[in-house]
Design a protein around this ligand. Sequence first.
Ligand code: WTA
Length: 634
Amino acid sequence: MSDKIQTLSGYIYEYQKSVQDPEGFWARIADSFYWRKRWDKVLDWDFEKPEIKWFLNAQLNITENLLERHLFTLGDKPAIVWEPNDPNEPGVTLTYKQLHQKVCQFANVLLAQGIKKGDRVIIYMPMVPEAAIAMLACARVGAVHSVVFAGFSASALADRIVDCQAKMVLTADGNFRGKKTIPVKEVVDEALKKADTIHKVIVLQRTGTTVTMQEGRDLWWHDTIENMSFDHSAESMDAEDMLFILYTSGSTGKPKGVVHTCAGYMVYSQYSFQNVFQYTTDDVYWCTADIGWITGHSYIVYGPLLAGATTLMFEGVPTFPDAGRFWAIVDKYKVNQFYTAPTAIRALQAYGNAPLEPYGLDSLKVIGSVGEPINEEAWHWYHDHVGKGKCPIVDTWWQTETGGILISPLAGITPTKPSYATLPLPGVQLVIVDNDGRELMGNSVEGNLCVKFPWPSMLRTTYGDHERCRSTYFSVYEGMYFTGDGVKRDEDGYYRILGRVDDVINVSGHRMGTAEVENAINEHPKVVESAVVGYPHDIKGQGIHAFVICDMEGRSEASLVTEIKETVTKIIGPIAKPDKIQIVPGLPKTRSGKIMRRILRKVAEGDTTNLGDTSTLLNPEVVEVIKKDAIDLI
Ligand code: WTA
């Protein structure tokens, strides 16, 4: 762990080195990994194309770095500690040795079922250790995993399977979520009616839910591993071979498959984990994310295990059996680093301090936040009541596309400031540009957040559509990666993320494209047109407000609203269900037919007195009606 920064001056020194000599800097960090063959060159890049290559021609397998590399020194140390949904069910601990065996065993299953290097495998599973084993087994044989959050609908799952032409689905009979049991396999069956590339489905028995197993296609997990060997020699991968695809929403069209590759992702996820959380050898680290999101990939599975950490995985929800569950788990396992999302913090804060009272939370050293801007009130509550005033908060800014944390305090090293992600990690060269792409120099500036130099875990492409990657991220501002976020650099040079500047909304830390939600709404046969905007929501950060034009003939407004919500749940999943649906006679449009979202956003925010100039609209009269009706919804 010699790459761990220990002081603020150490951070400043490392940061400067990483800018002056990026290749030398990353070569030094990469030296502590196990390479089958060392790289010929550290970096090749061209943001125009874009083409980014790190550790050229190196050969490695990431699982050798998170398993074999630790076996001798940490073999008996818990790697994964699993807490089930039901607090009365016993948990599971897997040591590094046991995890190694299970990953090797399942790698052999994948091979036996015809999976080869480069094949895509969908993982649609609950938060159980087998989900992590599945990811690692894929990486071990060189298959590309694409984890799909198990709350997505059959239709969303089918889209992802088709887009990446996956051959296999790894799933479970069901998913325990608080008091509910979700029939996961049933969703897979439904999805597979529309996606015919899948040869095999392997089903983990978890909930005992009755499932239909299709002869020749579906296999039980426990049957496949029976008598399967624990010996497996990892596939040798090129540094730039694909490690995984993770779908994420953007401003337009369907979610895109963000592609991460082996070596750069490996180096950066470990480095950022060690430095941001300041993990030390015997710590127990817990990230509450789901493995269906990038946070689960980088900071439940890859980063912590690469660093030889003990990573806790939790199957359930924060409010079951009561709103003290997180704190009960922290005390039970003596968690040292705790990493969650502002939406969870705000939701728990709403229960008051009583659920915290039975718990000491003495073990906590570092508490983290990710996924959306954390408001000052939530920051202080988290700091005072969870961290008891003694734990630094790491407000970590990053994205699916960045692979790892790019802006964050280093715990206990960087002085924090409420709601500020503070400073970039070494190797991360940020720029703020105005809308014309001019760099805003110095402090006390506000604009669009870009990165001007590659970092090892950045996305390489969007699966099957490189042009989309170029046009979304690398062509908005010439020669830079554009994040889609607005940012402020204050008088101290600290960064504060202001939220998305594009048509992406962030609901409970989940990214959603407004176009994606509109397309789902428009699937309802009575919908003529719709427009979706985000509005500030006390718990979720942003809520979804949909303005919908409907053919009302013979229908009541209430029934249409219910049906539209059901349609969105069916097409995307419950996380995309609009909070407010307003049936409107028209949408404010410019003379060229473009929807004026600015006006809709103001209306949704409840700010109807300050709509700006509406006289140039094609249909200014519609604004008056929308304004009036919106008041009833607030
Ligand atoms: C937002 C999640 C403010 C941001 C890791 C970004 C944040 C999007 C923060 C990426 C933060 C993430 N402060 N905003 N600390 N972290 N975001 O791809 O808008 O699910 O662009 O990755 O979440 O979401 P994604």
